[in-house]
Design a protein around this ligand. Structure first.
Ligand SMILES: [Zn+2]
Length: 474
C-alpha cells in the first residue's frame, strides 16, 4: 500500500515537473511574442484600431507557436525516438534526421518536426508521430477544412475562399475548397446525413408535449430544376488545350433534383426533421425513402403521418408502397392550378371561369369530390380542346379523389399545401446551386446538396466525424 502510494507520488512529481517545464517554455514564447508586439507598436500612441490590427496580424504566430511548444513538449519521447521496427518486414530501422512540416490549423500554421524512418528493403517510409498527432496527410488540417466547407456550402467557392481568408487569416484556395468539398461529400447517403431516431424522437416529443392529439408529421415530395452541365463537358481531349479560351462546347441544361422532406407542424411553425435532395431518378428517391423507413427513423407510432405532393404518379407510388397508412393530400395549390387551366380552356379568361374554379374548390373543400366529378361529366365542352381538358381534369381528380378532402384535412390539422417541401427546394437547392454562370456536374451538385441537407438536418458535424474516421483510418 505504502509502496504503491510512493510510486504514484513519484509519477505525480514527474508530471508536475513536466507541467512546470511546459509553462516555462510557453511563457518564453509569449515573451518573444510580446517583444515583437512592442516593436510593432513602437512610435506615437496608437489608436485602438491600430492596436487591434497589430494584434490581429500577429496573433497566429502566438497561437500556432503555443501549439507547437505544447506538441514538442508532449511528444518529446516520440521526437527523440531512435529506432522503429518496419511494420512490413520487422527489420530495425534507424531514425533519420528530423523533418519539418507545417500543419495549417484554425490557429495558424503549426510547425512540426518529427523523425523519419525508411525501410530500404520494403521501400516504405513513415513518420510515426504524424499518426500519433492525427495529422491530415495534406498541409491543411480537418478543422480548417470543416470551417471552410461550412462557408463554401453557403456561397460560391471563390467568395468562400476570399471571405475565409479575410475572416480567419488562413489561406485556402477555391480549387482546394472545391476538392475538399468533393472529398468530404463523396459517397454520402441519406443515412449519413439523417438525424438519429433518438434525435427525431426528441423533436417529436417537444412538439407533442401538452397536446391532446399526436403531432402531424408531414412528408413532402417534389422535384425542382437545378442548373447542370452534361458529363461530356468534363476534361479536355488531348491537343485541345490551346483552344481552351474558346466558348465551352457543351450546352447548359436543367436537371431535376428530386427530394423529400420530413417536418412537424407546430401550430403555424414548421419543425424541420430531415431533408434529402439529389439529382436522381424517381427510383433512387424511392430507395432513399425506403432506407429511411427501414432504418426505423420515422416514429410512425407517435405521430400522424401525412404526405403532400402534386399529381406526379411516381410520388404516390412510393408513398403507397412505404407509408400506406399515411394521410395523403394532393397539394391544394397544384389542384387549383389544374382547375384554372381547365376552366380557361372551357370558358376563356372570363368571370364564369373564375366562378367555376371557386365553386369547385369549395366543393372539394367540403369533401364533395363526387359532385365535382359528376359536374365535369355533364359539362358541355365549348371546343374540341375543351373536351380534352375536361376529360383530363376528370381523370386527374378521379385518380386523386381521396386526396382532395381539404376541409377534412384542415379539421384534422393536416397541411393542404406542399409549402414545406417547396421552401426546402429553395433553401437547400436554389440558394447555393442557382448562381449566375454556375452550371453543375451531376456529381458535384449532389455532393453540395448532400452537405446542405446535412446542415439543415443538424448533422453537418456528424459528416465530418465520419470523414475523419475514414481519412485517418485509411
Ligand atoms: Zn521493411
Amino acid at each position: 500500500m505504502g509502496y504503491a502510494a510512493e510510486v504514484i507520488s513519484l509519477d505525480e512529481v514527474r508530471a508536475s515537473q513536466q507541467r512546470q517545464l511546459l509553462r516555462q517554455q510557453l511563457r518564453k514564447r509569449f515573451d518573444q511574442w510580446l517583444d515583437e508586439l512592442e516593436t510593432q507598436l513602437a512610435g506615437p500612441k496608437p489608436t485602438l484600431a491600430q492596436v487591434s490590427e497589430t494584434i490581429w496580424t500577429l496573433r497566429q504566430s502566438l497561437t500556432a507557436g503555443m501549439a507547437q511548444t505544447i506538441v514538442e513538449q508532449t511528444y518529446q519521447a516520440e521526437r527523440e525516438q531512435k529506432s522503429l521496427r518496419c511494420a512490413t518486414c520487422q527489420r530495425l530501422l534507424k531514425a533519420r534526421p528530423l523533418v519539418s512540416r507545417a500543419a495549417r490549423t484554425l490557429i495558424g500554421d503549426v510547425e512540426i518536426k518529427r523523425p523519419y524512418f525508411y525501410c530500404r528493403h520494403c521501400r516504405l517510409g513513415t513518420y510515426p508521430l504524424d499518426a500519433g498527432l492525427g495529422l491530415n496527410s495534406g498541409q491543411i488540417q480537418l478543422d480548417v477544412q470543416q470551417a471552410a466547407i461550412d462557408l463554401a456550402t453557403e456561397v460560391a467557392y471563390e467568395t468562400a475562399s476570399s471571405l475565409f481568408g479575410r475572416l480567419s487569416g488562413i489561406a485556402v484556395s477555391s480549387e482546394r475548397l472545391h476538392t475538399f468539398t468533393n472529398e468530404v461529400a463523396e459517397g454520402l447517403s441519406v443515412l449519413d446525413i439523417a438525424p438519429s431516431r433518438a434525435e427525431m424522437d426528441q423533436r417529436v416529443a417537444k412538439v407533442a408535449s401538452g397536446r391532446f392529439r399526436r403531432p402531424v408529421m408531414v412528408l413532402g415530395i417534389d422535384g425542382t430544376y437545378v442548373p447542370s452541365r452534361p458529363e461530356q463537358a468534363r476534361g479536355r481531349r488531348p491537343g485541345q488545350a490551346r483552344y481552351r479560351a474558346r466558348r465551352a462546347r457543351w450546352r447548359h441544361d436543367w436537371y431535376e433534383a428530386k427530394g423529400f422532406r420530413f417536418y412537424l407542424l407546430d401550430g403555424d411553425r414548421l419543425v424541420h426533421l430531415l431533408s434529402w435532395h439529389q439529382v436522381q431518378s424517381e427510383d433512387e428517391l424511392g430507395k432513399a425513402l425506403k432506407q429511411v423507413k427501414d432504418a426505423g427513423l420515422i416514429p410512425e407510432e407517435t405521430v400522424r403521418l401525412c404526405v403532400v405532393g402534386d399529381g406526379a404518379d411516381w410520388i404516390w407510388k412510393h408513398v403507397q408502397a412505404l407509408f400506406p397508412d399515411a394521410c395523403q393530400v394532393l397539394d391544394y395549390y397544384h389542384c387549383s392550378e389544374y382547375l384554372y387551366k381547365m376552366a380557361y380552356t372551357q370558358y376563356g379568361q372570363t368571370l364564369p371561369a373564375l366562378e367555376w374554379v371557386e365553386s369547385t374548390l369549395t366543393r372539394l373543400y367540403l369533401g364533395q369530390v363526387g359532385a365535382v366529378l359528376g359536374g365535369l361529366r355533364r359539362m358541355l365542352p365549348t371546343s374540341e380542346e375543351a373536351a380534352k381538358a375536361i376529360d383530363n381534369c376528370w381523370v386527374h381528380l378521379r385518380k386523386h379523389r381521396s386526396r382532395t378532402h381539404y376541409g377534412k384535412f384542415r379539421r384534422g390539422g393536416y397541411p393542404l399545401g406542399s409549402g414545406g417541401i417547396e421552401s426546402s427546394n429553395k433553401f437547400i437547392c436554389h440558394v447555393r446551386l442557382k448562381r449566375s454562370g454556375a452550371w453543375w456536374y451531376e456529381a458535384s451538385s449532389n455532393q453540395m446538396l448532400a452537405l446542405r441537407c446535412a446542415k439543415y438536418n443538424g448533422t453537418f458535424n456528424q459528416v465530418f466525424v465520419r470523414y475523419r474516421h475514414e481519412k485517418l483510418g485509411a
